[in-house]
Design a protein around this ligand. Structure first.
Ligand code: NAP
Length: 339
């Protein structure tokens, strides 16, 4: 039985851009389990933008102090159990942290049905912070109608790519905004978006006017900052802006940029509504069922970018904040019996 754990701890609180220099890898021997705990050999760790927001005091999510293990969602298999709810060999997911062997109270874990989709997909297309977030943002908040124009930022990323594909299935015309020509091509060629804007090279305002001459009906915002103002300026009457995230602002401490063109909301009778996926537990079951069906019949595509080795967790997190990922970014922990 594995009793040695390798974990990523915070070595220094990042003040701006996060990088490998802010973390260290520690090795520890694990003691016996307490009643109610479950021990998991972690196979996949989900790289999520919220992890960056925990690396400061007063985070909305739980803050991590220097020396603390970095919090993260993940999936793996039970190797020891102090709970009748779980058995050795069960596939589970939950808040495992950035480590190879996690010891987690049973109430925080969820069984994973690997016959529905491979384990990694339960963090991606079927994961709380990816597929379910996209589903809630589109279906519960933005509600695009057939023929409406739906714009999504960080569109080639995990949440954005699924949000755009759901909106398209709901009959909207979907425009994705992403960084670089390769990502823009990916949106149209592989994900079936109607159009893409490369915000690193295009004049976004001009391209948006061209592609959406009647205005934007739904803006699914993952980025915030300057881009939010550009789209606010081109909202159609009775448009909806879904504040899913603001990744452009997570590395700024103290001077988060808010929208300066918010009066467009009043002028055009628009609504801007933020959400956190865990406020919508009633949507988890219908969202999971629908996403699993789409994944199985190929109606949605979820690209995965997998980095192997716990020691590469810091590099993977940095990749997300420098736009190096396409689709769902995961860290894979190889078991000794794997190639
Ligand atoms: P992701 O989109 O897979 O990766 C992040 C992407 O954001 C990068 O690939 C990069 O793409 C873009 N980006 C990074 N820094 C940027 C910057 N300064 N300006 C503009 N774009 C930048 O990440 P994800 O996990 O799917 O998360 C997407 C968003 O959803 C995040 O804002 C996250 O906080 C939010 N989220 C919200 C909830 C919720 O409950 N509301 C749950 C999960 C996630 P480019 O190459 O295109 O720049």
């Amino acid at each position: 039985m594995t009793t040695v754990n390798q974990k990523i701890v915070l070595a220094e609180m990042p003040q701006g851009a996060v990088g490998p220099e802010h973390f260290s890898l520690e090795v520890e021997d694990l003691g016996p389990l307490e009643e109610g705990q479950v021990r998991i050999a972690v196979d996949y760790i989900s790289i999520d933008a919220f992890i960056r927001t925990t690396l400061r005091d007063g985070s909305f999510h739980q803050s991590v102090g220097v020396g603390g293990t970095i919090g993260a969602l993940g999936a793996g298999h039970v190797i020891d159990t102090g709970s009748e709810q779980f058995h050795v060999g069960d596939a589970v997911k939950g808040p495992v942290g950035a480590q190879t062997v996690a010891t987690v109270p049973a109430q925080y874990l969820e069984t994973v049905d690997e016959s529905l989709a491979p384990l990694s997909a339960h963090l991606g297309a079927l994961g709380l912070t990816t597929g379910l977030t996209a589903w809630v943002g589109v279906r519960d908040i933005g509600r695009p109608q057939p023929g409406e124009t739906f714009v999504v930022s960080a569109a080639a990323g995990a949440v954005g790519s699924i949000a755009g594909q759901i909106a398209r299935m709901d009959g909207a015309r979907v425009i994705g905004i992403a960084g670089g020509p390769a990502k823009a091509a990916h949106l149209v060629d592989e994900l079936g978006f109607d159009a893409a804007i490369d915000y690193k090279n295009d004049d976004v305002a001009a391209r948006l006017r061209e592609l959406a001459p009647d205005g934007v009906n739904v803006y699914f915002d993952n980025v915030g900052g300057e881009l939010l103002d550009v789209v606010l300026d081109q909202m159609a009457e009775r448009g909806r802006i879904v504040i899913c995230g603001a990744i452009s602002q997570y590395e700024r401490t103290g001077d988060v940029r808010g929208p300066s063109l918010y009066l467009r909301l009043a002028e055009r009778q628009c609504r801007m509504e933020g959400f956190a996926v865990f406020h919508f537990p009633e949507s988890y079951a219908p969202a999971t069922a629908e996403l699993a069906g789409w994944l199985a019949d190929g109606s949605i595509v979820m690209t995965e970018q997998v980095v192997t080795g716990i020691e590469r967790f810091p590099e993977a997190l940095e990749t997300m904040f420098t736009g190096g990922n396409v689709g769902k970014l995961l860290v894979h922990i190889e078991r000794q019996d794997e190639g």
